[in-house]
Design a protein around this ligand. Structure first.
Ligand SMILES: Nc1ncnc2c1ncn2[C@@H]1O[C@H](COP(=O)(O)OP(=O)(O)OP(=O)(O)O)[C@@H](O)[C@H]1O
Length: 884
């Protein structure tokens, strides 16, 4: 078996970097005409896997066949490629399974070009020529729109990045929902943060690579990828041209039919324009026949949101758990009470983009409050939402001309429901409820119009007919009537002919070769009337046709064809009519998604006993009886021990900036730390929070450093990962940040670790002065509280019984004096001799440690606000590890 793809005589059809390359020369002229066409198409899409329609299959040949058979575990076979060529590698998938297989390939990071037959093969065969085929779709990870290829509650983003020195532009769009955003900023680390937040399915990079248009799969290296770009994404290398300012700008102006980009807020942001224009060009390039209607471009600013870096999103387990990456156990899991796919996607976005605008947060809170105060309204809204389909994505498919009749009907039924929704919220006072009061009446009319046109349960395939109701189109009705008459005549034929011939077992049959025929046993052949024309003789049966039967047959077959065509035309017209309203529908869809999230927040607030936090323009964090929203739900009602938190207004006794949190293993330190972070984050999404009362100042960022794992991919040790993350926090945190540190300095020698932990805590309290909770097993850090006025000690308490420790999970003022680490070792089953030796060693260390001694001797209080003056003194006083 051979596989070919590259030729000496023709341009290469796969480049050396492509994963599907075969270097053997191929003489294209010696291939059969179909293969010659295949090669020609492949040359246009060298970096995509080509699936080529042959009869009922999508086949692929040469090296693509090898790649696809390996990736999809399909049988690799071979097929004659031409007399002098011999057999070439081939694999294929049935046409009805195309979506499934191409989705799998795209998920693996490949681009897939679909080359379909665009005419009736019988017609081409009748004219003795090859059936015409064209590329009908180019699927890449970021340009999917088909329902079956997307996850309902996830956005599928396509992004484009421009880097110019330390400045960068980033545009992203979800072409299935039409959202389209752009931004420009500086510092490449912020670009990295933003990409990790968005998790795009594909990122476009302009390059001068010789191999433009190639798609790098996650983890593939390239000199064209800047170091700052995370290697966990797919990158499409594109030509520079559409990303130049002139090209990009005019593409945007033409596409949105505007004279200036002022209204989009990016007129003076060249990098944002270049990214957005280049992205638009790519969409046009890949979508072929289907025009993708994007919503108006919106410019955003990264600092409009509470910034959550990758570690923080991971450590706070916002969308998936750290342990196994599952949805179950994440914050999203705990809070998702949405009823629609649009609401599900919006909730995910809101949790990843909490607000910093107090006004915005209060607007959301007001709507939640209104929905809590009016339970009947809330339940009615939620009931109605359950019957609303994915307006955003369906209207996208309608606009692109790929929606089928079922899509259109679902959309229409949802449009009618919108009217009911508008009536329900008529008395609403808050912003989000009011937004739904103004649903344009013509959308409801449009809904009814479509419902009146389409049958109740239309078939999946449009060209099979049976889509349009009777009474919509006079021609259609006449054709249907005529066809029905002919079919009736055919149905009666068996009875009339039996009577006429006297042959009681005469039958009417159909086969592909002769069409309709009359059959009777050979023994009765002499009873065949004169107008019977014999067509076929079988062992026991004679088959006949009659001129009238042939005439009716032709009429039935052509009428069915004409009927299907006419129905299709009526459907396309209907779809275009809806497409004109796509933007309007999507606007309403946003309001529906928002009310879905807010009614879900109201629901959970009621059933989980959340309170409305007071949002302040300050640094205060005052949470009374706070709970961890996820652990609380996992443990079951009433089992979680609530704990309060007071931080952030520099009164050491009541509100410190930095809390040193100590407590035995498994007492609940990590849980408490995360609980505070999650409450802050939830509050800034507008949600109510798990606490009795809460007053929360707006945070600009939440930082977390929790545990550490070796980053084998970048060859970094546990300790280096920990230090990198810590450095990032110290360099970027501000006094408005919330910093949650769970163990620092554990990955190295005890005293190095303790020294680093100490100086990090001190730096945060004196230089950064953000709100910090620092959980640690280094009890020595408790001494900081006696030195710095904005540091306080808290501990998670346990009750010591003669033979066991009882975890109380209560956070109380004061530092823990014991770790119970040896006790934990005993419980875990360490040998008794090891435990008793450990106790001896610990006694020795405690007696001789100069750390504790040194710290306790003559250290005066240092006020962090005057820390510059006291710095030298502080350093001297704390120079205590030297002589250990
Ligand atoms: N407030 C609480 N109420 C009830 N159970 C709690 C509470 N806090 C923690 N727990 C339970 O205790 C377990 C251990 O908590 P956590 O992991 O926070 O301990 P830790 O002090 O950080 O331990 P280590 O120091 O070993 O990392 C949690 O899995 C949770 O089930």
């Amino acid at each position: 078996m051979s596989s070919y793809s590259e030729s000496n005589s023709t341009p290469s059809i796969a480049t050396s970097k492509s994963p599907h390359t075969d270097y053997r020369p191929l003489e294209v002229k010696k291939l059969t005409p179909m293969y010659q066409h295949y090669v020609k198409v492949k040359q246009q899409y060298p970096n995509a896997l080509l699936l080529y329609r042959v009869g009922d299959f999508f086949e692929c040949f040469f090296q693509d066949a090898v790649t696809i058979s390996q990736e999809l575990e399909l049988m690799l076979t071979s097929k004659e490629g031409g007399k002098e060529i011999g057999r070439v590698a081939m694999t294929g998938v049935p046409h009805h399974a195309l979506d499934r297989y191409s989705r799998l390939l795209v998920e693996k990071g490949y681009a897939v070009a679909i080359c379909d037959q665009v005419e009736d093969s019988a017609q081409a065969a009748a004219q003795g020529r090859m059936v015409e085929r064209q590329i009908t779709k180019l699927l890449t990870p970021g340009t999917l729109t088909d329902e079956g290829m997307l996850s309902a509650k996830h956005n599928n983003y396509l992004a484009a990045v421009i880097i110019a020195g330390e400045h960068w532009g980033l545009a992203y769009a979800d072409i299935s929902t039409g959202e389209f955003f752009t931004t420009q900023s500086k510092e490449l680390t912020n670009l990295n943060l933003e990409l990790l937040r968005l998790q795009p399915a594909e990122i476009l990079i302009p390059t001068n690579a010789p191999d433009i248009n190639s798609l790098l799969r996650p983890g593939e290296k390239s000199q064209y990828l800047a170091d700052v770009l995370p290697d966990c994404f797919c990158y499409s290398l594109r030509s520079q041209t559409p990303f130049t300012l002139n090209e990009a700008k005019s593409k945007l102006l033409i596409n949105f039919r505007v004279r200036s980009l002022e209204g989009f807020g990016c007129e003076h942001l060249p990098l944002a324009i270049r990214a957005a224009g280049g992205l638009l060009e790519y969409i046009e390039d890949t979508q072929k026949a289907h025009q993708v209607p994007l919503q108006l471009l919106r410019t955003y600013n990264q600092v409009d949101f509470l910034i959550l870096d990758y570690q923080t999103r991971r450590n706070l387990e916002i969308t998936q758990t750290v342990r196994d990456g599952s949805f179950h156990g994440s914050l999203l899991w705990a809070l998702d009470r949405t009823c629609t796919a649009m609401g599900g996607r919006a909730l995910r976005r809101w949790l990843l983009e909490p607000l910093i605008s107090i006004k915005g947060i209060i607007a959301r809170q007001n709507s939640i409050q209104e929905l809590i105060d009016n339970p009947t309204l809330r339940q009615d809204i939620r009931q109605l939402l359950r019957s609303i389909y994915d307006l955003e994505r369906i209207s996208g498919r309608v606009g692109a001309g790929t929606a089928n009749a079922r899509d259109l009907l679902s959309l229409a039924e949802s449009l009618v429901k919108l009217k009911e929704l508008a009536e329900l919220v008529l008395q609403g006072q808050s912003l989000y409820l009011k937004a739904l009061q103004n649903i344009p009446p013509d959308l409801e009319k449009l809904g009814h119009y479509v419902i009146d046109h389409l049958v109740e349960s239309p078939p999946l395939h449009l060209k099979d007919g049976g889509v349009i109701r009777d009474g919509i189109n006079a021609d259609l009705d006449t054709m249907r009537k005529r066809l029905e008459d002919d079919r009736q005549w055919l149905a009666n034929l068996e009875i009339t002919e039996r009577e006429r011939t006297g042959v009681s077992n005469l039958k009417v049959g159909y086969n592909k070769t002769f069409g309709y025929y009359l059959s009777m046993p050979r023994s009765k052949a002499e009873q065949a009337p004169n107008n019977y024309v014999r067509k076929q003789t079988l062992t026991n049966e004679e088959r006949y046709i009659t001129p009238e039967l042939k005439e009716r047959e032709t009429r039935i077959l052509t009428a069915q064809d004409d009927l299907n065509k006419l129905e299709y035309e009526i459907f396309v017209e209907l779809r275009l009519k809806v497409a004109e309203k796509a933007q309007e529908i999507r606007k309403i869809a946003k309001a529906v998604a928002a009310i879905d999230v807010l009614s879900g927040f109201a629901e959970i607030a009621v059933f989980q006993g959340y309170c409305r936090p007071e949002i302040l323009d300050s640094r205060l964090i005052e949470i009374r009886d706070g709970r961890h929203p996820v652990v609380e739900q996992s443990l079951g009602f009433g089992l979680f021990v609530p704990n309060s938190t007071n931080m952030g207004n520099n009164e050491k006794e009541t509100n410190p900036d930095l809390i040193i949190l100590t407590g035995p293993n498994a007492s609940g330190k990590s849980c408490y730390l995360r609980q505070v972070g999650l409450i802050q984050l939830m509050a800034q999404t507008g949600s109510f929070v798990p606490a009795t009362t809460a007053k929360l100042g707006i945070s600009d960022r939440i930082f977390t450093r929790v545990g550490a794992v070796d980053d084998l991919a970048t060859g970094q040790s546990t300790f280096m990962v920990e230090m990198n993350e810590t450095a990032n926090i110290l360099n970027h945190a501000t006094e408005k940040s919330l910093i949650l540190l769970d163990e620092i300095g554990r990955g190295t020698a005890t005293f190095d670790g303790l020294s680093i932990a100490w100086s990090v805590a001190e730096y945060l309290a004196t230089e950064v002065q953000g709100r910090t909770i620092f959980a640690t097993h280094y009890h020595e850090l408790n001494e900081l509280a006696s030195i710095l006025s904005n540091v306080a000690n808290y501990q998670v308490t346990v009750q010591e019984l003669p033979h066991e420790i009882v975890f109380l999970h209560q956070v109380r003022p004061g530092g823990a004096d014991k770790s119970y680490g040896i006790e934990a070792g005993r419980l875990a089953g360490l040998p008794a001799s090891v435990i008793s030796r450990a106790k001896q060693v610990m006694n020795q260390i405690e007696t001789h440690s100069k750390i504790a001694l040194g710290l306790r001797e003559g250290i005066s209080q240092v006020n962090p606000k005057n820390n510059k003056n006291n710095k030298a003194e502080l350093i001297e006083q704390l120079d205590i590890f030297d002589d250990f």
